[in-house]
Design a protein around this ligand. Structure first.
Ligand code: MLT
Length: 247
């Protein structure tokens, strides 16, 4: 089965051990993680709460960068917010990033019982599709859309669709077992792929960013295939790392 779970709350935990899971929070958490690793962060550790980040910052071996948002805004006292463009090599190269966001990091934590756990965004859609192909006939492939505060997010469904589009197109397989929600995501991407920046502005996640002064982040996150890094999460430590540098 190749499925899109529209919100983490809709996830069927029973099938996680037989699944490769891809968590998407296109605006902006998984785009930030992909960017941080592409720009030389050693790893990005994912946390559910601000307090957990602050505690880990005391004990983690340096160099360490604290990052994250609440209500789109940088958490007070943290080094960085959740704008992917902030994760520049000169800020985070060689460092461990400790990240907590409202929806994205929690969606990854909700998926941690999966056999393999990837983080993806539009930025690394093609390389993520390539990584999934290896086990596509052995495991379920489940896309978990992080959503925005418990509501389905347009941009996450488009992001899942971008990877599904590549799975189908690159594999020349007409027999891939897409569920109905997978087809919905595929069709959402199919309808918007020539104008992703405009499409990302339409959903509530995009509107929230514009209202808070982060419109530039939308264009950054819409840059399809601009970062050739596959991101896998080590499930025991919840550390996101580069899985395989695509050539
Ligand atoms: C989240 O994880 O909730 C989002 O990434 C929010 C944001 O855009 O900062």
């Amino acid at each position: 089965m190749i499925d899109v779970v529209m919100l983490p709350e809709m996830l069927d935990a029973k099938i996680l051990p037989e699944s490769q899971v891809v968590v998407l929070d296109v605006l902006r958490a998984t785009s930030s993680v992909v960017t941080a690793l592409a720009h030389g962060a050693k790893k990005v550790r994912l946390f559910g709460t601000v307090e957990e980040v602050s505690a880990a910052a005391v004990t983690a071996p340096p160099p360490v960068i604290t990052a994250g948002e609440r209500g789109c805004l940088k958490v007070s006292g943290f080094d960085l917010g959740n704008s992917p463009a902030e994760f520049r090599t000169d800020r985070i190269g060689g460092a461990t990033v400790l990240l907590s966001t409202t929806n994205g990091t929690r969606a990854a934590i909700a998926s941690r019982e999966s056999q393999k756990l990837f983080l993806a965004s539009l930025l690394n859609a093609s390389v993520t599709a390539q990584a999934l192909m290896g086990e596509i006939d052995k495991l379920h492939t489940i896309f978990v859309a992080a959503g925005t505060n418990g509501r389905i997010a347009h941009e996450d469904i488009i992001g899942a669709g971008a990877i599904l589009w590549r799975l189908l197109g690159d594999s020349y397989r007409v027999d891939l077992p897409f569920t109905d929600t997978a087809w919905l995501a595929y069709n959402a991407y199919s309808a918007t792929r020539g104008r992703l920046g405009a499409a990302l502005r339409l959903g509530q996640g995009g509107i929230n960013l514009i209202e808070n002064g982060f419109e530039e982040d939308i264009d950054f996150c819409a840059a399809i295939d601009s970062k050739a890094v596959i991101v896998e999460v080590e499930k025991t430590t919840l550390a996101a790392k580069i899985y395989n540098q695509a050539t």
